[in-house]
Design a protein around this ligand. Structure first.
Ligand SMILES: Cc1cc2nc3c(=O)[nH]c(=O)nc-3n(C[C@H](O)[C@H](O)[C@H](O)COP(=O)(O)OP(=O)(O)OC[C@H]3O[C@@H](n4cnc5c(N)ncnc54)[C@H](O)[C@@H]3O)c2cc1C
Length: 390
C-alpha cells in the first residue's frame, strides 16, 4: 500500500512524486515508457530554476531572447532583461529522465513499462490504479491517486471530473529535431505566427542542432491539416533562408496534441484524486508553454497531498486546497487573460498581430507594450487597439 500512486512520470508527475517522497511518504510513480521522447519544442523558461536549481549545472542549450514574427513577417525581437535569467532549450528525453531521477533519488519508486488502464475500486471508492505490463496486469494501491499522464489521459476521463477534449479546445503540433549547418541566431527562440490559427517555431539546441515545429490551434485544427501546415512551414522561402544546405539530418520527429484554452478548473480534484499537468490543461494558451506550469501544478498537488495525509483527510473537501493554492490561482488567472488575447491576435487572418508588429517596428512605446503583453500577460491597451483597428 502506497500513500500516493501517480500515473505518468512526465514533468508534472515527477515533480509531484519528488515533493511527496521528500516529506517521507511512500510514492509509486507509474510510467508507460521512460524511453519515450514527448513531442515538444523543449523551450523551458528560467522560472524552472526555482524548482530545479540543479538544471543550471547541466549542459542544456542557453537562450537569452525571443523573436516573434507575424504571418507576413513583421518582427519583434527582445532580449531577456537580466542575463542570469537565461532560459534553456532541452531534448525532452534527456530532460524528463533528469527530473524523473531527482524524484527517484528523493525516494519515489518508479514502475516503468506500466500502462495505467483503470482505477481499482471497492465499495464505489477508488483505491488504486491498475496497469498493463509486459509481464501482465499489476495493481498499485494508494490513499491518494494523482493523474499526471498527459493530454491523452484515460484515467482523467474515468474520474468523471471532465469530458473528452473537443477538437476546438486543443492545439495539434508536429515537430522534429534536426541537425546541420544553419544561419540561426543560436541565442534566441523564434515564433512564426500564421495567417490561420497556429504558429511555427525554431528553437536552437546547439551549434548545429535545432527543434523545428508547427501547430494548428482551436478552429484552425478544422481548417488546416497538420502535416500540410508543417510541410508548408518548413519549406517556406523565408524559413529556408535559415537553412542553406540541401539536406538536414532528422534525428527524431513526432506529433501530439496539447490543451489550448487553459486550465480545466472543474476537474482539478475529487475524493482522493488530483489531476495535474496537461491532463488538467496546464498549458499557456498563446505560447503552448506547459513544462513550467505542469511542474508548478505537480509541486502544488504534492504539497496538498502531504497536508491531506498528515491530517488523515483525503476527501475532495480537503484536496480542494490544490485549486486554491496561490500559484495555481495565478496560473488560472494568467491563462484566462491569454485566452482573451489569442482571439485578438488571430482575428482577420492574423492582421491584428501583423499591424501590431508593424507599429512596434516604428514606435518604441508600442514595442514595450507588446513585450509586456507576451512576457507578463498584460492585455493590449485601448489606445493600441484603436491604432490597430484604424
Ligand atoms: C508539439 C508540442 C510542443 C510543445 N512545446 C513546448 C515547449 O517548447 N515548451 C513548453 O514548456 N511546453 C511545450 N509543450 C507542452 C509540454 O510538452 C507539456 O505541457 C508538458 O510536457 C506537460 O507535462 P505533463 O507531465 O503534464 O505531461 P507529459 O509530458 O505528457 O507526461 C505524461 C507522462 O505520462 C506517461 N503516460 C501517458 N499515459 C500513460 C499511462 N496510461 N500510464 C502510464 N504512464 C502514462 C507518458 O509516457 C509521459 O511520461 C509542447 C507540447 C507539444 C505537444
Amino acid at each position: 500500500m502506497y500513500d500516493v500512486v501517480i500515473s505518468g512520470a512526465g514533468p508534472a508527475g515527477s515533480r509531484c512524486a519528488q515533493v511527496i517522497a521528500e516529506k517521507g511518504y511512500k510514492v509509486a510513480l507509474i510510467e508507460r515508457d521512460a524511453n519515450w521522447r514527448k513531442p515538444c519544442g523543449g523551450a523551458v523558461s528560467s522560472r524552472i530554476f526555482k524548482y530545479y536549481p540543479q538544471l543550471r549545472t547541466q549542459n542544456f542549450h542557453r537562450i537569452s531572447g525571443t523573436a516573434i514574427y507575424s504571418g507576413d513577417y513583421h518582427k519583434i525581437e527582445y532580449p531577456w532583461k537580466d542575463i542570469k535569467n537565461y532560459s534553456i532549450n532541452v531534448d525532452r528525453l534527456e530532460f524528463d529522465n533528469f527530473i524523473r531521477n531527482i524524484a527517484i533519488d528523493a525516494g519515489a519508486q518508479l514502475f516503468d513499462k506500466n500502462l495505467a488502464t483503470d482505477f481499482i475500486t471497492k465499495d464505489n471508492k477508488r483505491i488504486g490504479i491498475k496497469t498493463r505490463t509486459p509481464e501482465g496486469t499489476k495493481e498499485y494501491f494508494g490513499r491518494i491517486l494523482v493523474i499526471a499522464d498527459g493530454m491523452s489521459s484515460r484515467l482523467a476521463l474515468k474520474t468523471g471530473l471532465r469530458n473528452k477534449w473537443q477538437i476546438e479546445e486543443i492545439g495539434l503540433a508536429k515537430c522534429a529535431i534536426m541537425e546541420g549547418e544553419n544561419n540561426l541566431d543560436k541565442d534566441i527562440i523564434s515564433f512564426f505566427f500564421r495567417k490561420y490559427k497556429g504558429y511555427g517555431w525554431i528553437f536552437p539546441l546547439g551549434e548545429k542542432r535545432f527543434n523545428i515545429g508547427c501547430g494548428t490551434w482551436l478552429e484552425g485544427n478544422l481548417k488546416k491539416n497538420l502535416n500540410q501546415a508543417y510541410h508548408e512551414f518548413i519549406n517556406e522561402p523565408f524559413i529556408k533562408k535559415f537553412f542553406p544546405k540541401a539536406e538536414y539530418k532528422e534525428i527524431w520527429e513526432g506529433s501530439y496534441p496539447l490543451p489550448a484554452l487553459g486550465v480545466k478548473e472543474e476537474c482539478l480534484y475529487g475524493d482522493n484524486v488530483l489531476i495535474i499537468g496537461d491532463a488538467a490543461g496546464f498549458v499557456s494558451p498563446i505560447s503552448g508553454e506547459g513544462i513550467h506550469s505542469s511542474v508548478v501544478s505537480g509541486n502544488a498537488a504534492g504539497e496538498i497531498a502531504c497536508d491531506a495525509l498528515t491530517h488523515g483527510d483525503v476527501s475532495s473537501q480537503s484536496l480542494k486546497k490544490y485549486k486554491q493554492y496561490p500559484n495555481i490561482k495565478k496560473i488560472i488567472r494568467n491563462f484566462k487573460i491569454k485566452v482573451s488575447i489569442v482571439e485578438f491576435l488571430f482575428e482577420n487572418e492574423g492582421q491584428n498581430l501583423s499591424k501590431m508588429l508593424e507599429l512596434a517596428e516604428r514606435d518604441d512605446s508600442v514595442r514595450e507594450e507588446i513585450i509586456s503583453m507576451f512576457l507578463s500577460n498584460s492585455p493590449p491597451s485601448k489606445e493600441l487597439l484603436l491604432r490597430i483597428k484604424s
